[in-house]
Design a binder for this molecule. Structure first.
Ligand code: G6P
Length: 614
């Protein structure tokens, strides 16, 4: 949560910072701010409540010159989203300004001490405490900014990615990270700084990902210096970025979410490319091949994830238990990390995360590592913290996902996890060769199945528009389709603010059935795989209570069609692959309802794409 950007070099900083903030807006968008510096020791801070465009508007008639600056887009943790709490925060003397992504957990104690030293506070944020602390230390010890930041950070408990500028030294930005991501871009006589590489990509491909407790000194005319909090100098490890600028643009689509839904024919293909090998009849996942023994000897597999990634884990549980016969547990990272779970060195812990930065998932990994488990990561963002913290892993390779509601990352995760389940099963000999080959060949057809469903977009749009009135919605599925129901419900509530719940279809009788009336839309995944007849009975039960039935069925189904108010027909496929194909109409359904309601689809209220606070 929160996005931070910095620039120092020969160009005007303002347009670079604003563009960078727009790219990072998925991380938070309740307020934004910028600090600009120039040679005349003029440190100007502009802040606004609301989105980056409001900051841009506000700054229009202000002095926005300067070739050094830092900027921030916020997702509020401490203090309501308003102008005062927006970053950057000045120090007391207004000599320093700081932006921060993360949480300073011991801010209250530090604040009390600073108040005793005569410091006063404008905002209710933890961040302001940090910049006051840096100033206090700097003055008390009469030391330079780098030293003061090092000492201050050694007193801080919590997570941070920060950038600090100093009025009297406009040639330096000091940046540091712990548990929140930070990337330095290295250009020709210029440096960029950002929470991820997207603001940097159009200026340079050379980046350095900071490690925990590292501090970067970005000084005009000098090479990048990296030191730790305890002042050990590190050699910067320069990496080459692989994403392209066009992947970050909306193109002809009105929203990133729609673009990302439509990209799925290619992203699923990309994700399987070189891995699903039809000619050799095998699945080649290097992260698995290199660590085969850990998987084959695993007594148990534990998934840890949040949100949509947790739903992907639920699907993987069905597949791994069915095919590889290894017991699987699926844990919410936020629960797992705090509940003293039993973890042994024989466990394989698989962390799933689109962003690779989710704070709770990172903490869950640390915990599992301490207990000696083998940790495997399934991430989308290359070089992200989770990708680097795990022993091995597998990228989903679906390209940058910018819409806050996850779509292509989910189908990428499910694709990777199914490949993993099948690869383990094949190696263990727990799947019949004929079944393995049938699924493998069917996987190769997934992109065309997805394409067929995307052709139904206009039809889904027309029907979805009827539901803008709804205040509740139920999603039902059984077997592999139960997690699809959970994910479908999550999509709807995230972007349309309609309360939606996913249930295993048979569980409906134990509560949700009481909610059904002629006002209630009920989305049922009723494909002919799995427990079709049982789901048909569940549909009858809804029908008898006058619920509105929206059904996802297999092409050619006549039985459910006769009962449902609206049917989306998806191509026939293997049961374990249904989640990928059936998710697409649910994504479109949620999208079109939200658009019809006039909701901000790409940036829904209160949400952020990457949750780097617990
Ligand atoms: C946030 C996002 C969700 C995402 C979840 C986990 O809540 O809005 O779309 O599923 O975080 O994120 P991760 O990056 O770990 O998959």
């Amino acid at each position: 949560m929160c996005g931070i950007v910095g620039y120092i070099g020969g160009r005007e900083a303002f347009p670079i910072l604003i563009k960078g903030l727009h790219r990072l807006e998925y991380r938070g968008y309740d307020s934004a701010g910028i600090a600009l510096l120039d040679d005349s020791n003029d440190l100007r801070v502009y802040k606004t409540k609301g989105k980056v465009s409001e900051l841009e508007q506000f700054a229009q008639d202000k002095n926005c010159s300067g070739s050094v600056g830092i900027a921030h887009t916020r997702w509020a943790t401490h203090g309501e989203p308003n102008k005062v709490n927006a970053h950057p925060h000045y120090s007391q003397s207004e000599e320093l300004a700081l932006i921060h992504n993360g949480i300073i957990e011991n801010y209250a104690v530090l604040k009390e001490q600073l108040i005793k030293e005569g410091y006063s506070f404008q905002s209710s944020t933890d961040t302001e405490v940090l910049i006051q602390l840096i100033e206090y230390i700097k003055k008390a010890h009469n030391i330079d900014l780098l030293k003061a930041v090092q000492i201050a950070l050694s007193q801080v408990i919590g997570a941070y990615a920060i950038a600090v500028v100093e009025r009297s030294n406009p040639d330096v930005i000091i940046a540091a990270r712990k548990s929140s991501p930070l990337v330095v871009g290295i250009g020709e006589d210029e440096f960029f700084l950002a929470s991820d590489a997207t603001p940097i990509i159009e200026y340079t491909k050379k980046v350095v990902y900071l490690e925990d407790e590292e501090i970067a000194v970005l000084e005009r005319g000098k090479d990048l210096v990296i030191k730790t909090i305890s002042d050990i100098e590190k050699t910067p490890e320069v990496k080459e970025l692989e994403i392209s600028l066009s992947e970050l643009e909306k193109g002809q689509y009105p929203h990133y979410m729609l673009k990302e839904i439509f990209e799925q024919t290619q992203t699923i293909q990309h994700c399987m490319s070189g891995r699903v090998n039809i000619d050799l009849n095998n699945i080649a996942l290097s992260g698995f091949i290199d660590n085969k023994e850990r998987f084959l000897n695993a007594k148990r597999i534990i998934f840890t994830a949040c949100g949509t990634s947790w739903h992907a884990a639920q699907i993987a549980k069905y597949a791994i238990e069915e095919f590889a016969r290894i017991p699987v547990e699926v844990e919410y990272s936020s629960e797992f990390r705090y509940r003293n779970p039993v973890i042994t060195a024989d466990d394989v812990v698989i962390a799933i995360s689109q962003s690779g930065e989710t704070a709770d998932t990172l903490a869950a990994i640390e915990l599992a590592k301490k207990h000696g488990a083998f940790i495997f990561g399934v991430c989308n963002v290359v070089g992200s913290s989770i990708a680097r913290l795990t022993h091995s892993g597998c990228y989903t390779h679906v390209g940058p996902e910018i819409g806050v509601a996850s779509t292509k990352a989910f189908t990428g995760q499910v694709s990777v996890l199914l490949m993993l389940a099948l690869a383990i099963a094949k190696e263990k000999g727990t799947i019949a060769e004929e079944k393995f080959l049938r699924i493998l060949h069917e996987m190769a057809h997934l992109p065309e199945h997805v394409e067929k469903v995307l052709f139904l977009n206009n039809e889904i749009e027309r029907y979805a528009q009827k539901f803008t009135y709804a205040s509740n919605c139920i999603y039902l599925g059984r077997g592999y389709s139960f997690p699809v129901a959970l994910e479908g419900a999550l999509k709807l509530k995230e972007i349309s603010y309609i309360h939606a719940e996913g249930y295993p279809a048979a569980e409906m009788k134990h509560g949700p059935i009481a909610l059904i009336s002629n006002e209630m839309p009920v989305v049922v995944i009723a494909t002919n795989t799995g427990m079709y007849d049982k789901v048909v009975s569940n549909i009858q039960e809804i029908k008898a209570r006058k619920g509105k039935i929206i059904a996802i069925v297999t092409e050619g189904d006549e039985t459910v069609k006769a009962m449902a108010d609206f049917c989306v027909e998806i191509p026939q496929t293997e049961e374990c692959l249904v989640p990928i194909v059936a998710s697409i109409p649910l994504q479109l359904f949620a999208y079109h309802i939200a658009v019809a309601k006039g909701c901000d689809v790409d940036q829904p209220r209160n949400l952020a794409k990457s949750v780097t606070v617990e």
